[in-house]
Design a binder for this molecule. Structure first.
Ligand code: PGA
Length: 261
């Protein structure tokens, strides 16, 4: 399986910025084999960008940055999984910025995950703790661990085991996002192992290996390979650096060279 690199453009690029960025990506990434790239533009530019990638390679995908769980209805300002299903193959769900600024709960995020699965969209579910509290045994300690575990298990609540592999978990420690203070690969691996253990304890040993875990939080050209080298880490969710075409492309190139076997 190839490594996956997600570009989360957040609410940054204007239409013209997005078109230029997408064109720079396309030129370099179309011919780059051995990596899965997922681009998440602001929802308003999504159709334009998808259209500009009309003839694209199969390893390039699009994502919504968020979805609403109901299919259609009186939900002013929202965009449902149902409405974007023909434009994207992924959706970012439960990003910490949505949990913080839009007060999204684990229950609402769970509904969004179900909506994605209903419409063949693969959810990328973001989870993360607010403080780095790894002890000497490489375990996250309470209460941070308790909250993180709850976020993880809520994402799989009511999901049939055979669909677990469609859910990707983006482990994004909140203290590391946009902070210039990324979690180390060692820290990330330790937490992902703890998360897999929690998944196995709840759903059986066969459940945990099915799920891909990405890392996100201040990823850049200089630290990307440390995560990509780890067999525990299936790829990266890149925020601010994804707005710099040259650097993002370099990360994708590293991922293609360090492809998972
Ligand atoms: P960052 O953002 O790479 O700018 O830290 C990551 C994210 O929020 O997904």
């Amino acid at each position: 399986m190839f490594k996956i690199v997600v570009a989360n453009w957040k609410m940054y690029p204007t239409l013209s910025d997005s078109v230029v960025l997408a064109a720079s990506y396309k030129k370099a990434l179309d011919s780059l084999a051995g990596v899965e790239v997922v681009i998440a533009p602001p929802i308003i530019w999504l159709p334009t960008i998808v259209e500009s990638y009309h003839h694209r390679s199969h390893h390039i995908h699009f994502a919504a940055q968020n979805v609403w769980p109901e299919d259609q209805g009186a939900y002013t300002g929202e965009v449902s999984a149902y409405l974007v299903k023909d434009l994207v193959s992924y959706a970012i769900v439960g990003h910490s910025e949505r949990r913080q600024y839009a007060a999204e709960t684990n229950d609402l995020i769970g509904e969004k995950i179900h909506a994605c699965l209903r419409w063949q969209i693969k959810p990328i579910v973001c989870i993360g703790e607010t403080e780095p509290v790894l002890d000497k045994n490489d375990h996250l300690t309470e209460p941070q661990w308790g909250k993180l575990r709850t976020q993880l298990l809520a994402a799989f609540e009511g999901v049939a085991k055979e669909r677990f592999s469609r859910i990707t978990v983006a482990y994004e420690p909140i203290w590391a996002i946009g902070s210039q203070n990324p979690a180390t690969a060692h820290y990330t691996e330790a937490v992902i192992k703890q998360l897999r253990r929690a998944l196995a304890d709840k759903h059986g040993e066969s459940a945990a290996p099915e799920v891909r875990f990405l890392y996100g939080g201040s990823v850049g050209v200089s630290n990307a390979s440390s995560y990509l080298r780890s067999p525990e880490i299936a790829g990266l969710l890149v925020g601010s650096v994804s707005l710099k075409a040259k650097e993002f492309i370099e990360i994708c190139e590293q991922a293609s060279q360090l492809r998972a076997t």
